[in-house]
Design a binder for this molecule. Sequence first.
Ligand SMILES: NC(=O)c1ccc[n+]([C@@H]2O[C@H](COP(=O)([O-])OP(=O)(O)OC[C@H]3O[C@@H](n4cnc5c(N)ncnc54)[C@H](O)[C@@H]3O)[C@@H](O)[C@H]2O)c1
Length: 253
Amino acid sequence: MNPKGHAALVTGGASGLGEGTAMKLAAAGCKVTILDMNMDLARAVAAKIGGHAEPCDVSDEASTVAALNGATAKFGVPRILVNCAGIGGAKRIVGKEGPMPLAHFQKIVNVNLSGTFNVTRLFAADLQHEPALEAGERGIVIMTASVAAFEGQIGQAAYAASKGGIRALILPAAREFAQFGIRVNGIAPGIFKTPMMAGMRDDVQKSLAEAIPFPKLLGTPEEYAMLALHMVENRYLNGELVRLDGAIRMAPR
Ligand SMILES: NC(=O)c1ccc[n+]([C@@H]2O[C@H](COP(=O)([O-])OP(=O)(O)OC[C@H]3O[C@@H](n4cnc5c(N)ncnc54)[C@H](O)[C@@H]3O)[C@@H](O)[C@H]2O)c1
């Protein structure tokens, strides 16, 4: 679909891949609402792009309902949803201090997987009633997985399980939403230079980049956003998770 003039939601749009996507969609003519817990950053990004920001914890039902209502009141029912909100956190299943606290696993799955599902279901429930565009298309959902959905490393059990859940969610959602003309795709980023990564020492970032076959660089939010925009524009791309990773295949550790 042509994104121009349509309302779009970007969760996690206050930072990193989501921020890059919010900027790219705004440049393509979308009216963008950022859904994020960090309202200082969300407002700053929204101001930069002539967009709007709503406070939202994607893993909380009431918070997300309120944020979607706020977005719709501002720009109309959104036709584009890019799910970028997510958290990391490394821990072994059985570490030196004993078994991983169940709450650690649940927190990561709750934000990354249940949060993506939560926003997606509410977005589609609203969009199904909107008029169809060309060839019956109504809109698109993009989910953010990770290469950890394919090659989770030691210490990434919770994160990899959350991203593997997203990988598995894409196809049944695309199949179900076909009746509404809503496509569902995903992006599985490799190693990207975002605030999530910026906390790492320079030498660690360098050694991560060395492991990437080509280009030997961390990906940028712009490169992620280019693929997200392509997924919006190319109506034949549906039910697919695309790796964006410079051909990296993560080692066990
Ligand atoms: N950076 C990478 O190398 C990389 C690689 C693979 C996958 N990813 C995934 O890409 C997505 C974006 O990562 P990033 O690197 O841009 O991270 P980031 O930390 O820069 O941005 C994440 C944003 O999500 C928001 N957020 C966190 N929890 C939230 C919640 N419960 N509700 C609403 N907003 C919430 C944060 O406030 C932040 O603005 C994540 O899902 C991450 O797992 C990142």
